[in-house]
Ligand binder design. Structure first.
Ligand SMILES: [Zn+2]
Length: 664
C-alpha cells in the first residue's frame, strides 16, 4: 500500500469506529486502539500535507480559530413551529388540515429536544457547511466548531443524494453537563446554568479545540433538498439513519390522532429517563405530498405542530433568602422555600444565582413564587405571583457584608458574583480550602472527611491546611463523635499524604483557576514550588496552556505572605513540593530555551519517545514551524511544506541521530 492508500484506509477505518461509537453507541475496538490509529493517521497527515482532507477524522480535535462568524443565508428557510398545549389543540389542528388535503392523514411523532438548532449542508456525501438557526433566513457559519462533534458524520455512507440539507438539534447530555460544571466549580468558577444555553454558547466559541473538549451531541431529523428520493417524513428518518446520521430512536408513525396522543402520554412520563433535555413532541404530517399542499403560514409550516409538555412547575412560599460563601469567597444567594413536591422530589431550596437575578425577578421574602425543574440540577425560581404579594413588603436589599465574617463584599467589574475578600479570616473559605486540600483528586487523605474538617476548624484545632500536620490524637479524641480508632486513622492518613506527588499538592493548594491539568503543567514545567513562586506573569504565560488569568492568579497567590508562610511550613513537614529525585534523574536542562518541531517518521525512537526526550531535557515542543523554532527534527517522509518553511526561516533541520547526539 502506498502512503496515500494507507491514509485513506485509516480514515475510512476511523470513520467507521467513530460511527459505531458515537452514533450507534456500540464500539467495536477499545479507546486505546482507536487513539493509536488516530495518532498514526495524524503522523502520516503531518508528514504528507499533500493529502490534506478538510473532513479527515483527525480534524475532530479542532484547532481552527474563528474570530468572526460569517452570516450566511439558509438555502431553505428555518421555520419555527406552532405550539399546542392540550389534546383539544391537537384535535383542532387535525380538523384544519383534513379540510385542506385529499386523502387520509398520518403523522410522524418525534421528541422535541431542547438544544441549539443547526442546519447542515452535505455535498457529494461530505459535510460542507453548518449554520445556526439565526433569524430563520440566515445564520452563522459554525462549520469549524461543528466538525468537532463526533456524532456528526463528515462523510456519508449508502445511497445519499448529491446535495441536501439536514436539520436537527445540538444538545448537551445531562451527564456531560454535570461533569463540565463539576470541573468549573473545582476551578472556582460559576457553574453553567443549563444545558441548552451551554450548547448554543459552545457553538460560538472562537477556538474549535475548546468545542472539541465539550461532550456535545447532535440529533438530526429533517431533510431539505430538491427531488429527494423519499415520500414521507418517517421514511426520511430511516434514510438519514442509513446515511450515517444520529436520528433519535424515539420516533413513531401514528395512523391517527389517538396514536399521536399515546406517544405524547408515554413520553410525558418516560422523558425523564432520557439522557437529554426534551420539552415536548413534534407532530408532522407524514406524507410529503400532503405537506406541500398544506404549505406555510408567515412563520410556521401548517403541516407540523409542537406539543409542549407541561413544565413541572409548582408554587410555594419563599421563607427567607440566605447567602452562602464558597471556598473562593463567592457569595450565592439561596431561596429557602416552604417544602413542596416537584417532579417526584421534595424541594426546599433553590438557587437565586446573584444580585442581578434577585433584582430581575423582584423577589422578596414572604412572596409566593413559581418553582420549575428544567435541565438544571437545582430547581429554579421562574417568577413571583404578584397577586399574592403582601402590599407592605419591601424590596430585597442585597447584602453588602459577608454573612460569615462581616467583611464588606466586593464585586469585580464584569462579574456577576459578589465576593468576600477576607480569604484568611472568613470561616467558610478557611474550611472550604482545607476541604479542597484533602479531597480525592488532591491529597486524598484517608480517615478525614469534609465535616470533620469543619469540626476541627470550629474547635480551633486547625486554621489552614498546614495545621493538619501538627494534629495529635489526644486533641482529636475529645471531639464529638470521635473515637480512638478514628483519630488514629486520621493521623495515619495525614502522615501518608506526605507521599502525594507535587502536582497533586499543587492542585490541592487551591490557587484560583489552577485545576488538575494546569497543576500538572506547572509542576512539570517548574519542577519545584520555589521556581514556580519566583516566576513572573510574563514567564508563566509562555508555559503551554497558561493564559493571563491563570498567570495573574498564580502570581497573586505567591505574593501573599500568608500563603508563603504556609508553604514553608508544608515543606518543613515533608510534603512533596518538588518533583521527586527519581523522576528528575531522567531529566536535564541541556535543551533549555530551545523550541523543537518534530516531523516525519523515526527509526531509533518513536515519535512520542522523541517528544518526551525533548521535554525531559528542558526543550519545548511546538506543532508548527515559526521564527521562534530553533530546530526541526526531521525523520523519514518529512512534509515538503515544512521543509520549505524551515529553510525559508533559516531554522536548523537536524536528523534523529543529530538529536540523540545533542542530549547524550
Ligand atoms: Zn467572609
Amino acid at each position: 500500500m502506498n502512503i496515500e492508500q494507507q491514509i485513506k484506509s485509516l480514515r475510512n477505518e476511523l470513520r467507521e469506529h467513530n460511527y459505531n461509537y458515537y452514533v450507534l453507541d456500540t464500539p467495536t475496538i477499545s479507546d486505546f486502539e482507536f487513539d493509536q490509529k488516530l495518532k498514526q493517521l495524524q503522523d502520516l497527515e503531518k508528514a504528507h500535507p499533500e493529502f490534506y482532507d478538510a473532513n479527515s477524522p483527525t480534524l475532530r480535535v479542532g484547532g481552527e480559530i474563528t474570530k468572526n462568524f460569517e452570516t450566511i443565508p439558509h438555502t431553505y428557510r428555518m421555520y419555527s413551529l406552532d405550539n399546542s398545549y392540550s389534546k383539544e389543540d391537537l384535535e383542532d389542528w387535525e380538523k384544519r388540515i383534513e379540510k385542506m388535503v385529499d386523502g387520509k392523514v398520518e403523522f410522524t411523532c418525534e421528541l422535541k429536544y431542547d438544544g441549539a438548532s443547526i442546519s447542515l449542508t452535505y455535498e457529494n456525501g461530505k459535510l460542507k457547511k453548518a449554520v445556526t438557526r439565526g433569524d430563520g433566513f440566515q445564520g452563522d457559519d459554525v462549520t469549524a466548531n461543528v466538525k468537532t462533534i463526533r456524532s456528526i458524520p463528515l462523510h456519508l455512507k449508502g445511497d445519499f443524494p448529491s446535495l441536501f440539507d439536514i436539520r436537527g438539534e445540538i444538545v448537551l447530555p445531562f451527564e456531560g453537563f454535570a461533569k463540565m460544571n463539576t470541573e468549573r466549580v473545582e476551578l472556582g468558577e460559576e457553574p453553567y446554568r443549563n444545558p441548552r444555553n451551554t450548547a448554543s454558547g459552545s457553538l460560538k466559541l472562537q477556538d474549535s479545540s475548546e468545542v472539541a473538549k465539550r461532550p456535545l451531541d447532535c440529533l438530526l431529523y429533517s431533510l431539505k433538498g430538491e427531488r429527494l428520493p423519499i415520500k414521507t417524513q418517517f421514511e426520511s428518518l430511516e434514510k438519514a439513519r442509513q446515511w450515517g446520521f444520529k436520528v433519535p430512536e424515539a420516533a413513531r408513525l401514528a395512523k391517527n390522532l389517538d396514536e399521536v396522543l399515546e406517544f405524547v402520554n408515554y413520553w410525558d412520563v418516560h422523558r425523564h429517563k432520557l439522557p437529554y433535555e426534551t420539552d415536548g413532541v413534534v407532530v408532522k404530517v407524514n406524507n410529503l405530498q400532503q405537506q406541500e399542499e398544506l404549505g406555510y403560514t408567515a412563520k410556521s409550516p401548517r403541516w407540523a405542530m409542537a406539543y409542549k409538555f407541561k413544565a413541572e412547575q409548582v408554587s410555594t412560599v419563599l421563607n427567607q433568602i440566605t447567602y452562602q460563601v464558597g471556598r473562593t469567597g463567592a457569595i450565592t444567594p439561596v431561596a429557602n422555600l416552604v417544602p413542596v413536591e416537584l417532579a417526584g422530589t421534595i424541594v426546599k431550596r433553590a438557587s437565586l444565582h446573584n444580585a442581578d437575578q434577585i433584582e430581575k425577578l423582584d423577589i422578596r421574602e414572604g412572596d409566593t413564587v413559581f418553582v420549575e425543574k428544567g435541565g438544571e440540577i437545582i430547581p429554579k425560581i421562574i417568577g413571583v405571583d404578584f397577586t399574592q404579594r403582601d402590599p407592605s413588603s419591601n424590596s430585597t436589599k442585597y447584602i453588602t457584608e459577608c454573612p460569615e465574617c462581616g467583611t464588606p463584599l466586593v464585586r469585580n467589574e464584569g462579574e456577576a458574583q459578589h465576593y468576600c475578600p477576607n480569604a484568611e479570616g472568613c470561616p467558610p473559605q478557611i474550611i472550604g480550602r482545607i476541604q479542597h486540600f484533602i479531597s480525592r483528586k488532591a491529597m486524598d487523605i484517608e480517615g478525614l472527611g469534609g465535616e470533620t474538617v469543619a469540626l476541627l476548624v470550629n474547635n480551633g484545632l486547625i486554621n489552614n491546611y498546614a495545621d493538619l500536620y501538627l494534629l495529635k490524637e489526644e486533641q482529636i479524641i475529645p471531639l464529638e463523635r470521635m473515637a480512638q480508632k478514628s483519630a488514629e486513622n486520621m493521623i495515619k492518613g495525614i502522615e501518608a499524604s506526605k507521599e502525594i506527588p507535587f502536582e497533586r499538592v499543587l492542585f490541592g493548594l487551591g490557587i484560583r483557576y489552577v485545576g488538575e491539568t494546569v497543576a500538572k503543567k506547572l509542576a512539570k514545567h517548574y519542577k519545584t514550588i520555589d521556581a514556580l513562586k519566583h516566576a513572573s506573569e510574563e514567564e508563566l504565560i509562555t508555559v503551554d496552556e497558561i493564559g493571563e488569568r491563570i498567570a495573574q492568579s498564580v502570581v497573586s497567590f505567591f505574593a501573599s505572605e500568608e500563603s508563603s508562610a504556609i508553604i514553608e511550613r508544608l515543606k518543613n513537614y515533608g510534603v512533596q513540593l518538588e518533583i521527586s529525585a527519581e523522576k528528575l534523574a531522567n531529566q536535564t536542562n541541556t535543551l533549555n530555551g530551545n523550541t523543537f518541531v518534530v516531523s516525519g517518521v523515526f527509526t531509533k525512537v518513536s515519535r512520542d519517545e522523541l517528544k518526551k526526550l525533548i521535554e525531559d531535557n528542558g526543550g519545548k515542543i511546538s506543532s508548527s514551524i515559526s521564527a521562534k523554532t530553533n530546530y526541526v527534527v526531521a525523520g523519514d517522509n518529512m512534509g515538503p511544506s515544512k521543509k520549505t518553511k524551515a529553510e525559508s526561516l533559516g531554522v536548523a533541520i537536524i536528523s534523529e541521530d543529530d538529536f540523540l547526539q545533542m542530549i547524550s
